[in-house]
Design a protein. Structure first.
Length: 514
């Protein structure tokens, strides 16, 4: 029998990652409930499976590590050892070692040639495993399937446009066929999109380990609460959210949660509380990282901003909090492994905006800090406002558009400035000028009023062409360095439009002005 070694390795890596995650989650549960046999059995089975799979494929180092963990867990099952904090720490270290081994394995290990039959324990596991209606699907194949569904939709739209251009007497029978085709295409697209949706719970639960490690390194006691674990999000959004969550949790504990004795003096529970919540709002998922610590020290923010040459005299609290996203901005007095709120927050914002998300900090002195992250449910499709500038098409996410008005004749043709909308001052930016288009629009320009972190601002465009739902493609290498451009969209007529992030444009203009 010939084996597809590449496919075998791919399956082994995927199953090993799942089993290591199961071990980690089970060990953390076991620490909280050391006498619960269900958690002991859960971790034991995962270690046993890792040992068998690793051994059968020649991953001897990993098999030895899994065997040692299994042996310790067998003694816990038998009552010889108790699952106290030290034992759990040792087993978690073994899990970390196996994770490293799994990452490094492709560089120096190969799969054994097919020879002897699978070991009996592996056969027993396979026989005992219940029948499943699920399959593993490579992420690249899912992306290709989504692209294909999008291309089919675009091709169908072109067909529809050609039929609409025919004389009325020729359209009759064709219209019925096209309407049925549209219905089937919508169902196809929704089905593919649903296949990409995964619950956010596993991403949240991964941070139980993060909290435990930080408790040990900082000496703080932390209670973690998870809410909205069943909210489903596009798998690409989940991947983009993982690293920012780690950074925000570390910041919340290192510079938000006070030491136990300080909390008691302030009338608080000696253990700090961190909450991760998720909820869906229309086509957006809102993720909150909430702590009940001391809040962001605005006096230190002002002091640091002044040292950096920023005039903060007229700044409101919300504007001051925006400064912590400035590269290199920190209120930390010392640098530690869990360094201050602000160090790296610019990176957090960039990662969130890379997937068309928004991030905002809300803080109350003495009560705590809430970091609000708004993300699209999916990165594959966008409902946007189509605008034109210099003969090119652009898409603005409809979720940030407040209204569209004609540019007042009283305003000059300056690339930036302030206009008044119903008596309220609104800063504006000319998209034509920002992107470097030459010439001027001969007609009356339109101002798209968009919401951003600290208020509203206007983006001046030549024309507004309407709303559309479009398939999003990643920005290519040519556009990757263009500020404010987050991707490209294929329009119904086959033309390409750039997807614009108004908030990023407004911040870039502010940066240039400063």
């Amino acid at each position: 029998m010939e084996l597809d070694h590449t496919e075998l390795l791919r399956t082994f890596y995927a199953e090993s990652e799942e089993n290591l995650a199961t071990m980690e989650e089970g060990l953390l549960e076991l620490e909280a409930h050391p006498d619960d046999p269900a958690h002991i059995d859960q971790v034991f089975r995962a270690a046993h499976t890792l040992k068998g799979n690793s051994s059968s494929l020649g991953f001897e180092t990993m098999a030895k590590q899994a065997h040692d963990a299994e042996h310790i867990l067998e003694r816990v099952r038998g009552g010889e050892l108790r699952a106290d904090g030290d034992l759990i720490s040792m087993l978690l270290s073994a899990v970390d070692a196996m994770k490293r081994c799994l990452r490094e394995a492709p560089a120096h290990l190969a799969v054994r040639d097919a020879g002897p039959a699978p070991p009996s324990d592996a056969m027993e596991r396979a026989a005992a495993r219940p029948a499943s209606r699920t399959i593993r699907l490579d992420a690249a194949r899912m992306e290709a399937l989504l692209d294909l569904a999008g291309e089919i939709t675009i091709a169908a739209d072109r067909t529809r446009r050609k039929i609409d251009a025919l004389p009325a007497e020729m359209r009759g029978a064709l219209i019925d066929c096209v309407e049925e085709q549209d219905r089937l295409l919508r169902e196809l697209h929704e089905t593919v999109m649903n296949c990409r949706m995964v619950p956010i719970g596993p991403t949240f639960r991964r941070h139980v380990r993060t909290i435990r490690d930080l408790e040990q390194s900082t000496g703080r006691a932390i209670h973690l609460t998870l809410e909205g674990e069943d909210v489903e999000v596009d798998m690409t959004v989940i991947e983009a959210l993982s690293d920012p969550l780690i950074h925000l949790i570390r910041n919340a504990i290192a510079h938000g949660i006070e030491p136990p004795d300080v909390r008691v003096e302030r009338g608080k529970d000696p253990a700090g509380h961190v909450r991760l919540t998720a909820r869906q709002e229309r086509e957006t998922i809102v993720v909150n990282v909430i702590d009940d610590g001391a809040g962001v020290p605005l006096d230190k923010v002002r002091e640091r901003a002044l040292a950096m040459g920023v005039d903060v005299r007229a700044m409101a609290d919300a504007e001051l909090l925006e400064l912590i996203f400035t590269p290199g901005f920190s209120t930390a007095e010392t640098v530690t492994s869990t360094s201050g709120r602000g160090v790296g927050m610019d990176v957090v914002r960039r990662n969130i905006e890379r997937v068309r998300g928004k991030i905002q900090v809300v803080s109350k002195p003495g009560e705590g800090t809430t970091v609000v992250i708004r993300l699209p449910l999916t990165l594959a499709v966008i409902t946007g406002l189509i605008v034109a500038v210099g003969g090119e098409l652009f898409v603005l996410p409809l979720s940030v558009v407040a209204e569209c008005i004609e540019r007042p004749s009283a305003t000059d043709v300056a690339p930036t400035g302030v206009m008044y909308v119903r008596g309220d001052p609104v800063p504006f930016v000319s998209l034509r000028s920002f992107l470097g288009f030459g010439g001027a629009w001969r007609g009356r320009e339109v101002v798209v009023i968009a919401e951003h972190e600290t208020g509203r601002a206007g983006l001046v465009v030549d024309e507004v062409l309407g709303e559309a739902q479009t398939v999003i493609k990643p920005a290519g290498s040519v556009l990757r360095g263009v500020r404010g451009v987050t991707g490209t969209a294929v329009m119904g007529n086959g033309s390409i439009a750039m997807v614009i992030d108004p908030g990023a444009i407004f911040r870039e203009v502010e940066r240039r002005t400063e």
